[in-house]
Design a protein around this ligand. Sequence first.
Ligand code: FAD
Length: 417
Amino acid sequence: MEVVVIGGGIIGLSSAYSLQESGHQVTVIDQTDMASNCSYGNAGYICPSHFTPLATPGIVKQGLKWMLNPESPFYVKPRLSLSLIKWGLTFMKMATPQNVEKAAIPLRDFAFLSEKQYKHWESLPQFKFAYEHKGLLEIFQTQKSADHAMHLVERAHELGLSDTKLLNQSELFAMEPNHKMNAMGGIYFACDGHVYPNKVMQQLLADLKNKGVRFVTNEAVTDFEKSNGKISAVLTATNKYKADSVVMASGSWSRELAEKLNINIELMPGRGYSMTLEDTPYRTNYPAIFIEGRVAITPMDGNKMRFGGTMELTTTTEPPKMNRVMGIIKAVKRYYPEFDLPVPTIDKVWYGFRPCSADGLPYLGRTKKWSNLIMATGHSMVGMSLGAGTGQLVAEIIDEKPTSIDISFYNPERFDR
Ligand SMILES: Cc1cc2nc3c(=O)[nH]c(=O)nc-3n(C[C@H](O)[C@H](O)[C@H](O)COP(=O)(O)OP(=O)(O)OC[C@H]3O[C@@H](n4cnc5c(N)ncnc54)[C@H](O)[C@@H]3O)c2cc1C
C-alpha cells in the first residue's frame, strides 16, 4: 500500500518506521528540512509517570495567575481568535477530576508500549540514542506541592508503578549530592527513562532513508484530492502525491490542515524553549522537573545538560520571547542556587511548538469522514514519550490488526460536533 505521512516529527517518523517494517511504500512530506521541529529540543522524557493529562483542575486558575507575570511558565498571547476561545472552553470543560482519573490507565499503557519500542530500537545496531532508564525526579518547594505529591505517589502505586517513592529533603539531597538545592522534597519515578531526542530523530531519518522511505522536504501539504469518502491524493503547491492511506502527523499545524477535510480538532501550538549546555559544571545525576517552576532539566548523551520549559499558547509565526527564556533561567536558579546559566542571545535558543489538544491527549485513529485517513497528532507534552508507540499503533490501524492498546480513548473526532 502507498502511504503518505504528513509531517517528519517523531510521530511521522515513527509511523514511517512501523509502516515500512510492515511492508508499505511510505512517503514522508514535510514543509521544512525536518531539522528543528518540536521533536528535537525537548527534554527527552520517556515517561509512564506522566499519567496526568495537561487539562487538570486548578491549572486554569493557576494559569490565569501566571499570565500576569511575563516570566511565568504559562502565557497566552492575547488575541481575538475563535479557535483559541473554543480550545480554552473545551480545556476548561475537560479539566475535571473525573477526566484526569479516566486518562490515567490509557496514558500509562500507551507510555509503556512506547517505552518498549524505544528499548527495542536502542538494541538494534543502527540506533544508539543514549536511552537511559534511570528514573525521573519531581522536585517541590512548597507544602501545597508536597500534599499533591503524596496523592500522586499513592495514585502511582495504584497504577502499578510500585517503585515510585516520596522523598523527604535528605533523601532527595542524597540523590543529588554534588550541588546545593533549595527544595522541600521530591518524588522519584523509577519507571521513567530518557533519550537524546536529537539522536533519535537523526538516526530514525538515516535508517528510514536507508530502507527506501521517500522524503519530500520543503513542501507544505496545502490540500487534498478526494473522492467517494476517501483521500485519493495529497497536494502541495507544486505536486500531487497519490495515496492509498494518509497519516496526518503534522503536529501544531494539524488543526488548519484538518479543516481542509472538514475535520475539527481543537489544537493550539504550545511553545516551549530549551537550552543545551555541553561539558558544563551545572550537571545533575537525574532528569528532574521543578514542580512550581515548571522547568525540566535532563542530563543527556554523556556530556550534555538540557534546560527547558514554559508553555506559551501562541501562533506558529509569533517571534520567540526572551522573557520566557529568562523565566527558565531564573527558575533553575531558584532550585539550584549555584547554577548561573549563561544567558544566550535569542537566536541561540531552541524552541518548538507542542501540538496541544484541548484535553492534552493525542488524537489517534481513523475518522468517520475519510475512510483512509489516520490522524496521529495532538500529543501535547508527551509526544516524545508516546512517539514510538504511536508509530506502532498507526501501522496496526492501517493493517486493520487489533491494536496493542485500546485507542478508543484517543478518538480524533471526540470534539467534532
Ligand atoms: C521544551 C519542550 C520540552 C518537551 N519535553 C518533552 C519530554 O520530555 N517528553 C515528551 O514526551 N514530550 C516532550 N515535549 C513535547 C514533544 O516534543 C512533542 O509532543 C512532540 O515533539 C510532537 O511531535 P510531532 O511529531 O507531533 O510534531 P513536530 O515534531 O512538530 O513535527 C510536525 C512536523 O509536521 C510538519 N508539518 C506541519 N504541517 C505541515 C504541512 N502542511 N505539510 C508538510 N509538513 C507539515 C512540520 O514542519 C513538522 O516537521 C516537549 C516539548 C517542548 C517544547
